[in-house]
Design a protein around this ligand. Structure first.
Ligand code: ATP
Ligand code: MN
Ligand code: MN
Length: 307
């Protein structure tokens, strides 16, 4: 039984034994979304989101004064520590304060109390940090690209991976694009996975140079979709499924089925104000994810990639 002084009140009350202050602070002026709305969302979604956070180093995008104030990216434990957020062993990153992990609803509440809005995770888990368990393709539309080209690009990535014998899963970024995720067996080092992801993107761009680009320069993307493989480098992060984005309108990154990708109208189709209904189907579109960790040897051979 936690003290609860009414949702509308501005008094500090606790969520998961974390004292929540400034409950009525406006975080997003474009919608009027308040801090307590965010905190309550993260409590509601905790069960679904922790599946995507557990065991992984996590970075935070914090906006303690709301989106109109300073926004910063936090990769390491700071002072004071965030309630419920765990420190990872020092040897994972010797040069800096410890990396962080969020493995409990209390950690989510603690982070939200400290102004965290976005949660970004590594491609590897703490117990085998040198061997990523996923490969990520980040689809970024260049200037002048119609939205419908983005889901088409995700389907093209899926088809190409399919030819290589690899299953993959899609989610909205909650920002401007889509993310395609390939679950991996933890057999390969970071450089191998990154180089292989680069080879895949390069081949797709070579085969359809007017649709896709493997290069990030803005002039290289005009009218095309940049398929960003750089999320696969050591220590790189990608926004976690169910994270809210620190952008006006507060889009949410949502796991999709491939049928939904075809019909998707916008990368911000789900946002903090309409996400409630979506929580009912939860992680179901990614039901097969956990059973889909894949080896890469066959796919590498098919692509003519030498590790
Ligand atoms: P979009 O669909 O709009 O491209 P996205 O999630 O794919 O959204 P960004 O929000 O542009 O891409 O984030 C780029 C990546 O860079 C993030 O996944 C994050 O991990 C990382 N990142 C963002 N800000 C910083 C920062 N200040 N320092 C280090 N890394 C950052
Ligand atoms: Mn992106
Ligand atoms: Mn990108």
């Amino acid at each position: 039984p936690h003290p609860h002084r009414g949702r509308a009140g501005n008094a500090a009350a606790s969520t998961n034994a974390v004292r929540i202050t400034h409950r009525q602070r406006i975080v997003d002026e474009s919608t009027g979304i308040t801090k307590i709305e965010l905190v309550e969302y993260y409590q509601q979604v905790a069960g679904l989101m922790l599946e995507h956070l557990k065991g992984r180093p996590v970075s935070l995008v914090r906006a303690p004064a709301g989106l109109a104030g300073e926004i910063f990216f936090q990769k390491h434990m700071g002072t004071p520590p965030i309630p419920g957020v765990r420190s990872l062993p020092q040897q994972l990153d010797k040069e800096h304060p410890p990396l962080m992990e969020i493995a409990t609803a209390r950690g989510l509440a603690g982070a939200a109390q400290m102004g965290a809005i976005e949660f970004h995770t590594w491609n590897a888990r703490r117990d085998r940090i040198g061997r990523p368990d996923r490969m990520v393709f980040d689809l970024d539309p260049g200037e002048g690209v119609a939205w419908s080209a983005v889901p088409q690009a995700a389907l093209a990535v899926r088809a190409f991976l399919g030819e290589l014998g690899l299953a993959c899963f899609a989610k909205t970024s909650g920002g401007k694009g889509l993310h395609v995720v390939v679950p991996l067996q933890r057999r390969y080092g970071w450089d191998t996975v990154k180089d292989f992801s680069h080879a895949i993107v390069q081949r797709m761009a070579d085969d359809a140079p007017r649709r896709f680009s493997a290069h990030s320069g803005p002039d290289k993307r005009v009218g095309r979709i940049y398929i960003d493989y750089l999320r696969n480098g050591f220590g790189a992060t990608t926004v976690a499924a169910w994270s809210v984005r620190a952008r006006p309108g507060m889009g949410v990154s949502v796991p999709l089925s491939w049928d939904e990708v075809e019909k998707l109208e916008s990368p911000t189709q789900w946002h903090l104000r309409n996400i409630g209904e979506r929580l009912r189907c939860g992680n179901a579109p990614w039901k097969q994810y956990g059973a889909s960790a894949q080896a890469l040897a066959q796919a590498m051979k098919k692509l003519g990639f030498a590790a």
